[in-house]
Design a protein around this ligand. Structure first.
Ligand code: SF4
Ligand code: SF4
Length: 309
């Protein structure tokens, strides 16, 4: 299994992943505990958390799974049109699930490679960030994002369950955070970061501006600040990201849509343009829900505040 493990890691590097690690397909009891604690703590949003519960056991939906392969895709080499990073989370601007993204084929090619080795393979379906920690290729910070030395938190973990007992790596459960740092919490506009290593999804702008149930009135009262799709405040404030050099490579198509996505221009977006150029990249907001973009833009422009609770 050592040779197979090395072969997989070698191919991951060849495809452009920053790192590749292996962990077993054993359960993640800490994930289950966290999800249940959050469900108990916020009864109104219980199901939001309990829907994630099954991920804790990688064998629940793949009883044949023996190992988890985790790869880190960094998007630090990319630069973004001015202004766009203030309104859309970088993770979504550089989303490799969008076919126009230069990294789109990395993930598909890795899946194909694993299948070409004769392995049974299932992508995702496990706690991705904890898998990266347990395979030792990234560390979990207090804002619940995972970090690498090279790319900070500007990374995506990608996971595959396979039916081979690969050689597992050592976990890295150390924190990258200075003990007395709480800049992420201080810069979170909605109080979504609770005690360290805890995020309340129902308060996080990334959930509020894309996924929270409508009608809009429910979330327009929250402080959207400038973010219309996703949110990066807790990552841009983080000192661990300050040493990451800015990228230089453009992602095709972003320059062309940047001006249309300025909050003051969004009310004028028409359905055809939205369906052709915006929705295919940013599909967390439904194809028939351009109105949500307009509501979000209005919320950022009026700057309504989150009520105290
Ligand atoms: S993504 Fe935004 S809203 Fe969510 S925890 Fe970070 S700063 Fe807070
Ligand atoms: S802002 Fe500070 S506490 Fe928060 S994740 Fe970054 S280093 Fe850790």
């Amino acid at each position: 299994m050592k040779i197979l493990t090395e072969k997989i890691k070698y191919r991951a590097r060849e495809l452009g992943f920053e790192a590749c690690g292996i962990t077993s397909a054993d359960p993640f009891p800490e994930y289950l505990t966290a999800v249940r604690r959050l469900a108990d703590f916020t009864p109104a949003y219980k199901n939001l958390y309990l829907n994630l519960e099954n991920k804790y056991d990688p064998k629940k939906s793949a009883p044949w799974a023996r190992s988890i392969i985790v790869c880190i895709r960094s998007f630090t080499r990319y630069c973004f049109p001015p202004g766009l990073t203030n309104i859309i989370g970088r993770n979504y601007l550089a989303d490799a699930r969008f076919p126009g993204n230069p990294d789109y084929l990395m993930i598909k090619n890795m899946t194909d490679f694993l299948r070409s080795l004769g392995l049974q393979v299932k992508k995702g379906g496990v706690p991705d960030r904890l898998s990266a920690v347990r395979s030792g290729i990234a560390r979990m910070a207090k804002n619940t994002f995972i970090y690498t030395e090279k790319s900070g938190s500007w990374i995506n973990p990608v996971t595959w369950r396979v039916n081979a007992e690969l050689v597992p790596d050592q976990p890295d459960n150390t924190s990258p955070c200075p003990e007395n740092c709480s800049l992420c919490r201080k810069n979170c506009p909605t109080g979504a970061l609770g005690c360290d290593y805890t995020v309340y999804m129902e308060k996080c702008l990334s959930w509020i501006n894309c996924h929270a149930p409508e009608p809009a009135a429910d979330y327009l009262t929250m402080s959207m600040k400038n973010f219309i799709y996703g949110c990066d405040f807790c990552q841009t404030a983080c000192p661990l990201n300050q040493a990451v050099p800015p990228g230089t490579e453009k992602i095709p198509g972003l320059d062309e849509i940047a001006d249309h996505l300025r909050p003051e221009k969004i009310p004028a977006l028409n359905e055809d343009f939205y369906k052709k150029h915006i929705y295919p990249r940013f599909w967390y907001i439904a194809e028939n829900n351009l109105q949500r973009w307009k509501n979000n833009a209005a919320a950022t422009l009026t700057g309504r505040k989150i009520p105290d609770n």
